[in-house]
Design a protein around this ligand. Structure first.
Ligand code: CA
Length: 274
């Protein structure tokens, strides 16, 4: 009977491991099924008004321009990818690259304003996972989706699919990058204040970029992969860099250890009683 109890704990840990693997197999974008599809061509910018401004460093951003090239900027003249990522340009790039939209590509945007149209619940969850001390409760979110976008000059790759969400509670603002599929690279991932304060994350210069759907900059155990959150209203470092998600194994190891330790403690207690 004593041995059976220990085996049950081990089996529970194994089941948890399988469930975690299943969950971590997919990165989930925020629902974009009803988002507005932009009619966009190569190297064009589409303006998007932000009814509630996003705090960006010492500025309130009321308008952004959505580029086909996997980023947003505040400068209507930055139509080409090369211009957009210059160091004197403000850009927020989940996966900036020289995209050539084709018939299979879609770029969409959706605006969420609380209380009537509250942001997706994942916005709150993801920000608080990276920044657990801020107790973030978003009042607005702007979700931009690049779906199946191809790199210019080469349509042999599967298109990249990813999202940028800009969100604020009126004081704190965040950029959330979500990744579904990254099949081509290099890309530019990060934020630039346009004044030399730039942070690139996740090493998207190499084939490692393809692992973005398995990465995160969330240190907490048990979070979703394919999620990067950067705070954009403060000066200094925007946020932690990416790590490859190893939390399922770490969590399971921790849980197993905890359960076995509890068993060990009970055995010790029983021995003590005996
Ligand atoms: Ca382009």
């Amino acid at each position: 009977m004593k041995v059976m109890k220990a085996c049950k704990s081990t089996r529970l840990a194994s089941v948890s491991f399988v469930l975690l693997l299943a969950r971590y197999a997919h990165a989930a974008l925020y629902d974009h099924s009803s988002a507005t599809v932009i009619s966009i061509n190569d190297d064009t910018l589409t303006p998007l008004n932000l009814p509630v401004p996003i705090k960006f460093r010492d500025m309130d951003i009321n308008n952004i321009y959505i580029s086909d090239n996997g980023l947003v900027t505040t400068d209507a003249t930055k139509e080409t990818f090369a211009d957009a990522i210059k160091t004197n340009s403000i850009w927020i790039a989940p996966f900036g690259g020289d995209v050539a939209p084709d018939v299979n590509s879609k770029i969409k945007h959706a605006t969420y304003l609380a209380p009537g149209t509250p942001p997706p619940s994942g916005v709150n969850v993801h920000v608080n996972q990276v920044y657990p001390d801020v107790n973030f409760s978003p009042t607005s979110a702007y979700v931009i989706t690049w779906e199946n976008v191809d790199m210019i000059g080469d349509s042999s790759f599967t298109g990249n699919t990813f999202q940028l969400t800009l969100t604020t509670d009126g004081t704190k603002s965040y950029a959330i990058f979500l990744y579904d599929v990254i099949s081509w690279y290099p890309g530019v991932t990060g934020v630039n204040a346009g004044d030399g304060n730039v942070q690139r994350v996740c090493n998207t210069d190499t084939a490692a970029a393809q692992q973005l759907p398995q990465k995160t900059n969330i240190a907490a155990c048990g979070v979703d992969p394919g999620v990067v959150v950067l705070r954009i209203d403060q000066t200094g470092i925007w946020g932690p860099d990416c790590v490859t998600v190893s939390q399922p194994e770490a969590c399971t190891t921790q849980a197993t250890t905890t359960r076995l330790s509890a068993c060990a403690r009970r055995r010790q207690q029983r021995k003590g009683i005996a």
